[in-house]
Design a binder for this molecule. Structure first.
Ligand code: HPA
Length: 246
């Protein structure tokens, strides 16, 4: 098929192929993206990869330059973006180590540069943000995950919190009452900026822990993350390989 750009979260550099990858450094009208853009090809199609938290993983979710990240991919002629996002599971079906492919979002973030339509000397622009996840790209992910037999929650609501701290159990109860199945810190304003830029955007979430107050037993969130991230990343790698060559 055609080109796909990946915005990879924590640990996702492991998804890059071992050979045939080049990287270039860019800047944009909105400042510097999080890192170089890696590029390689699969079956004649170009794939791009941008590390959301920087090469050394030092940019926290609230300090990511989401506008520059989306703009650099647009400048490089990407049309479809898959965000790899670590999340906590709120609903019972979102188990650590599994993938989740949400199709809705609630934005709880604040203070992030969240729009390209910020000028005061042009007509005001309001994009439609529903559906927040591009249906065709989401459907490709769901189809390939099913074909591969991955442990995956298809659909669901991703609540995006400000971070970088994790939530209280009461905050997770509130998110659940709001309808959230997953909680993470990075899909917004990434998704809405992609929409403003005219790019298709979908999320491949790695469930790396039970959300605060939801773990059976007394395992801490960081212990759960350590145990689950590798399993979830392995599944994400298989899924991306499949959609990059479908
Ligand atoms: N909460 C918010 N963000 C996260 C979590 C969580 O439990 N796990 C991974 N990212």
């Amino acid at each position: 098929m055609t080109d796909i750009a990946i915005i990879g979260g924590t640990g996702a550099l492991a998804l890059l192929p071992e050979e045939g990858v080049s990287s270039t450094v860019h800047t944009t009208a909105y400042g510097d993206p999080s890192g170089p853009v890696f590029e390689w090809s699969v079956a004649g199609s170009r794939c791009l990869f941008l590390p959301r938290h920087g090469l050394d993983g030092t940019i926290p979710p609230h300090r990511v330059n989401y506008r520059a990240n989306i703009q650099v991919l647009k400048d490089m002629c990407a049309e479809r973006v898959v965000g790899i996002n670590a999340v906590g599971g709120i609903c019972a079906a979102a188990c650590p180590g599994h993938l989740a492919l949400p199709d809705q979002m609630i934005d709880y973030t604040w203070g992030r540069e969240h729009t390209f339509f910020d000028a005061t000397d042009v007509a005001v622009t309001h994009i439609e943000f529903d559906p927040p996840i591009a249906p065709a790209l989401h459907a490709r992910l769901v189809y390939q995950a099913g074909k591969l037999g991955l442990s995956c929650l298809a659909g669901g609501v991703y609540g995006v919190t400000q971070g970088p701290r994790l939530e209280t159990a009461a905050e997770i109860d509130r998110l659940e009452r709001d309808g959230c199945d997953l909680v993470g810190m990075t899909a917004m304003p990434e998704a809405s900026l992609a929409k403003e830029a005219g790019l298709d955007y979908a999320v491949c979430a790695l469930v790396v822990n039970h959300a605060a107050g939801r773990a059976p037993g007394d395992a801490g969130i960081h212990d759960q993350m350590e145990r689950s991230i590798e399993q979830a990343m392995r599944q994400a790698g298989r899924l991306l390989e499949a959609i990059l060559s479908d």
